[in-house]
Design a binder for this molecule. Sequence first.
Ligand code: CAA
Length: 336
Amino acid sequence: MALVNTIVGALKSAAACRYAVPTSSSLLQRHNRLALGNNYNGGSAFYSNITVEKKGKKNNVGFIQLNRPKALNALCDALMKELQTALSDFSKDEEVGCVVLTGSNKAFAAGADIKEMQPREFAEVYKGDFLGFWNSISLFKKPIIAAVNGYALGGGCEIAMMCDIIYAGEKAKFGQPEILLGTIPGGGGTQRLTQAVGKSKAMEMVLTGDQISAQEALQFGLVANVYPVEELVDKVMEKAEKIASMSQIATGMAKEAVNSSYEMTLAEGIHLERRLFHSTFATILKLAINSIGSCNMGIINAKLITCKQYIRNVPLLDLKTCARIMRTAPTCFYVK
Ligand code: CAA
């Protein structure tokens, strides 16, 4: 009987265990949480093709690393959707003033996922506007920097070009090799590459599939600077922290103005720039009023602009400080 009881007890606890076993999705979530450690998830998602965190001394840089090493970060649908979610989270995060997008030392990204693309038919890609949503990266409002080590090919080169600045590691390779697959760039390559390197070089790259080195990319203006492979991310983080420390309103407007040069005529672009420039006075003036508090309102007429500090870091100013500000004009503070 004791044996029977033992067997019955064991069966009961086995059954209890079975019901306690987490479902595969909850296991996956738990695994992801553990694997992600303190990684940022913006409150809305866990990722399996990218890692996402906030970095920098002030925790104000959003850092996204493409993470499909076995496929050289090929941009499958799932990865691109995760990237879109991460950017959406960072766009809502007030603390984040700049985002860095990077890959591994071997590959930033080797392009759209060829294995995923291969079975697709015209009707499906046309009706589903395949790759259409990729463009959301270029619509991201905050500054975003691509830190490219290794291959940035096809879609990899294209998403780097959707970023505001590209920095490259010395061994980076850029290319639009789609022609070698019997197709053409589909993520903006023919347009953005041409704007970045000029028609002749872009044509050469798009028509031959030839890759260019980091040094050539620098020479042609595709990248802003080249760093040793191991130093790239640190150097880019320095730039990102610097950008993130600026007024988000000003960086947003500066980005909008520069990007408008791609879309508008010179006259329209200059008009937009001036209007944006004028609108920065609204934030500056407000700040001046906030900052001077009970001071002589005459300071508001002092020369404004040229900003070195954040309003958040600036306590209400006393009269003496205001007087000093007036002496050292043009100086002002801006709204973050
Ligand atoms: N899609 C899917 N898988 C890819 C891939 C891609 N774009 N690029 C590389 N991989 C995979 C390979 O299949 C391989 O996986 P398996 O071991 O499972 O077969 C793994 O990554 C490693 O690749 P290789 O063995 O080829 O690595 P390598 O060092 O010898 O060569 C490479 C590196 C030169 C980048 C080479 O992988 C390559 O040429 N890749 C394809 C690049 C390409 O054509 N990109 C354009 C894609 S189309 C596109 O992007 C359209 C668009 O405009 C959006």
